[in-house]
Design a protein around this ligand. Structure first.
Ligand code: ADE
Ligand code: ZN
Length: 340
């Protein structure tokens, strides 16, 4: 088969996707209608036309506005199931998804609505399609650390059902060190830790996320390339970067896929994975991202397989589960020939 088809069919994990960023325009309009929420758009085309951004903040304003359509457990169920179905169709075998509690609490939507719906859809997707998944609470960095600590405390009843925490939102001017205490607490609860860093912010924020927050993974991480000692540390420690190429283009973090940091990251042996971030807003799911990079950078079959294996290695799964998934990829590779 052609390498493009090989990328699409390869079993993979998605490790960086925001559930609220998966609400497609038709779903957005349907949920708004169902919950009697006024939106400034009347049809799908108007919604799509609004999805043009010059920077991260531009996008975040629309993202938070879109969160308003989610009010009941059913809404969270529907968006989670729709994403997992779409991911399964891209041959995703495991997904780790951010949920942004502060966005919903600000809209007077409670924890039961958010998590009962989301977790029920995850169980249904595993039962029906065999796809495994986990939820990370995406804390907002423009809000206070005290608020993040409160969020962590409020999430305690669901502790065993959550994978961990992440840090997202407007990066510039909101350094990771602001959240040192909350990350320490989360670690003590046995949570996995990750943070968006080096997307719009500097390499220093990637370094701080590692040294002061103790993260297990970096989301994006593009700016790390500006600091050779940091790159060496990332390579040596095996800390993975969850790179989101089409998101980077849409938010003007990178100017083209041919010039994308991914190329340099691969050359420097950084452990990179390819992800979609907010696929409904950036018009690209994981396979769209993978195929676009393969085409732009002429990635080889071996490089594509490495990206697939990296996604399992960097997942917050136990060793047995990882070995099982490595086996699935190996079997795929052994039975699939790429036409030159
Ligand atoms: N790309 C991104 N960066 C920071 N916060 C986000 N929240 C959702 N998508 C995000
Ligand atoms: Zn993100």
């Amino acid at each position: 088969m052609l390498i493009e088809e090989f990328c699409r069919q390869m079993p993979k994990a998605e490790l960086h996707v925001h559930l609220e960023g998966t609400i497609e325009p038709d779903m957005l309009l349907r949920l708004a209608n169902r919950n009697d929420i006024a939106l400034p758009w009347e049809n799908e085309q108007q919604v799509r036309e609004a999805y043009h951004f010059t920077c991260l903040q531009d996008f975040l304003t629309l993202f938070y506005n879109g969160c308003r359509v989610l009010t009941r457990a059913d809404d969270f169920y529907d968006i989670t199931l729709a994403y997992l179905k779409r991911a399964k169709d891209d041959n995703v075998i495991h997904a780790e998804m951010f949920l942004s509690p502060q966005s919903h609490l600000a809209n007077r939507v409670g924890w039961n609505e958010m998590l009962d719906g989301t977790l029920a859809a995850m169980a249904a997707a595993q039962h029906d399609w065999g796809i495994t998944s986990g939820v990370l609470l995406g804390l907002q960095r423009h809000r206070s650390e005290q608020e993040a600590i409160d969020i962590l405390r409020e999430a305690m009843p669901w502790r065993d059902k959550l994978l961990g925490i992440g840090l997202g939102g407007a990066e510039q001017g909101n350094p990771p060190r602001k959240f040192e205490r909350v990350f320490r607490k989360a670690k003590s609860y046995g949570f996995y830790l990750t943070a968006h860093a080096g997307e719009e912010g500097p390499a220093e924020y990637v370094r701080e996320s590692i040294e002061r927050l103790g993260v297990d993974r970096i989301d994006h991480g593009n700016a790390c390339l500006d600091d050779p000692a940091l790159v060496a540390h990332l390579v040596e420690s095996g800390i993975a970067l969850t790179v989101c190429p089409l998101s980077n283009l849409r938010l003007n973090v990178e100017s083209s896929l041919k010039e994308h940091s991914l190329n340099k990251m691969l050359k420097k042996d950084l452990k990179v994975t390819i992800n979609s971030d907010d696929p409904a807003y950036f018009n690209g799911y994981i396979n769209d991202n993978l195929v676009a990079c393969q085409q732009a950078l002429s990635l080889t079959e071996q490089q594509c397989l490495m990206l697939g294996r990296n996604s399992i290695e960097a997942a917050f799964l136990d060793t047995n589960q990882k070995n099982q998934y490595f086996g699935v990829i190996d079997k795929f590779a052994a039975h699939t020939a790429v036409t030159p």
